[in-house]
Design a protein around this ligand. Sequence first.
Ligand SMILES: Nc1nc2c(ncn2[C@@H]2O[C@H](COP(=O)(O)OP(=O)(O)OP(=O)(O)O)[C@@H](O)[C@H]2O)c(=O)[nH]1
Ligand SMILES: [Mg+2]
Length: 696
Amino acid sequence: MSSHSPDQIRNIAFVGHSGTGKTSLAEAMLFVSGKTNRLGTVDDGSTSSDFTDSEKERQISISASLLHCEWQGAKVNAVDAPGYADFIGDAKAAIWAVDAAVILAHAQHGVEIGTDKAWGFCEEFGRSAVFFVNHLDKEQADFDATLSGLQEHFGQGVAPVQIPVNQGVGFNQIVDVLKNKLVTYQMDGSGKSESSDVPAELEDQVAGIREQLVEAIAEGSDELLEKYLEEGELSDDEISSGLRAGIAGRTVFPVLCGDASKAIGADLFLDFMSADIPSPNDVSPHSATPLGGGDEVELKPDAAGALASVVFKTISESVGDLSFVRVFSGSLEGGVDAYNASLEANERIGQTYFLNGSQREDADSIGPGDMGALMKLKDTHTGNTITKKQGGVLVAPLEFPHPLIRIAVEPKSRGDEEKISSGLQRIHEEDPSFLSGYDAELKQIIVEGQGELHLTVVLDKLHHKFGVEVNMVEPRIPYRETIMGKAEGHHRHKKQSGGRGQFGEVYLRIEAQPQGDGYEFDDAVVGGNIPRNYIPAVEKGISESMDEGPLAGYRVVDTKVTVYDGSYHPVDSSEMAFKMAGSRAFQDAFLDAKPILLEPIYNVEIRVPEQYMGEVMGDLNSRRGRIQGMDPEGSFQVIRAEVPLAELYKYSTALRSMTQGTGDYTMSLDHFEPVPSQLTDKIVADSKVEAEAVEA
Ligand SMILES: Nc1nc2c(ncn2[C@@H]2O[C@H](COP(=O)(O)OP(=O)(O)OP(=O)(O)O)[C@@H](O)[C@H]2O)c(=O)[nH]1
Ligand SMILES: [Mg+2]
């Protein structure tokens, strides 16, 4: 396929709550435009965009897909993003990469958390947005209620350009408000339609809707508003140019409608995409920094401009990794050398493709404003800029969502640790909303992501792609050990086993330091009772014991140690011997100085709809949480609480189930505080069991 000029291109992302019909609408779009010759369904796993085994099995989208079709001279590129909260990283990246988001809403459920999230990303990136009210064939479909919900949440710029005539079972008629036509669809899934005049009994209703739309358009432009207020009308030309400008300028958010599962409304949807959605020429939302230094530049879809393209998603295919790219400026030609400005590495572009899910079409090139895919890039990851070394640019990067859940993983077979780490690192490079790393303090590999399902999918991939299996386990808690009192410690290390012996003796005192003051070592030995050159060995012995504290093996903090006396032997003393003596003397003193455990306390900020507040607060109580405050935020409440990390394992799953997926939270470490004594005993006992297991 050859390139299209930027004014012919429409880049859209299907986003919104899970199950609203994004994949079905994408499928209908491909079918009605003639790109595919049958209408696949999510239920029998035959859609273009949900093509992976795990998507077919679960009947949800897990990974964004890239699709394209042509309609009335326009090339529509669509990213079908997952709606599930666990895969929000893909939805965010999709909205970032396109020029307009198509936010689907379920005609029966109205505004859901996924609707709100998608809108939030459009606001964050300044993207145009269009709503598509789907599932209008459902018995309880309610277009008016859904529309009011959208307007209530997202403002009066939300205005219908279509309305359903006979919503509910048997739904097959839509009025195109702009063309003032009634469109009647066949019910056989062919998406075929006939156009006729709006029946007399609907005229008033349609006129009312048209007025809402015209008002929304006029509100977006001073000039049009003035004319509208004076004359009470706008011309057809003013309406259509005002609508396009309003969408591009984010003052108008049109509402379309249909039943995606039967391709009802798909042709009108495509009409609207080709006629009214901004092309890359109409919006320039991305900026970049020239590699040679200098001021930021706004990227324009100029064929002669410097190449600026970004990989916004990577998927693994049996044939190799596929990188989805958006070209902002210049042209991505196949078979040429390029430069990865994010990693400062040379890259080689092989064949360029246009995609329809797993189907690849060879592309001559991917031109300015267009989207496509590259295969088997050597060294390029999700989020990286591909440009030219000479005169190139670095596109301001996209920030992926922060992880919400942490789990530890253990290899199923010993010796796989290396493979696991490198596999997880590769997965992170494909999907930056997933993080992993070895935590030296916890001695565990920690994986972090957006939810349990996200982590399950990642670990499946680790198994299938990298051939290693792991078990998910609860991450250890980085407790700390400290003391409440003072104590003295003494150890005389003496061994006589033939040949040269070992000797070193240490006396020390320990006392608590204020929280945060850390560890202090004081050498108060007089008269050379411990010779100078052995003091560092004594300190080393003590500090090693502090890394694995005497109480339960956790790091010791806020403790001052003063070594004040000792003795040595001119022949048998050694660094080894003094290290051992220092370590034992410290352990001895520590256990006498009223040792306690400290636990990490997190600041947690939870955002939930008002009606779930009671349950969420009750649950926080049962997690030893302390509520710090509450602030209303629209129809939501933001609860701030301090909660011990030990009580937050899989909190994202619990919160989602308590709030039907509507709750959301962030957490960050605040401070450490003493573990209640009844819990300390259990932690100490568990650590003994674990230590014995390691020794065995
Ligand atoms: N009756 C009816 N069913 C629909 C309609 N649109 C989609 N469906 C069905 O609803 C279910 C979910 O549709 P999907 O297209 O997978 O929804 P999605 O938004 O892509 O879901 P995620 O990818 O999980 O976010 C499937 O069983 C579809 O067949 C519709 O307009 N009417
Ligand atoms: Mg889907």
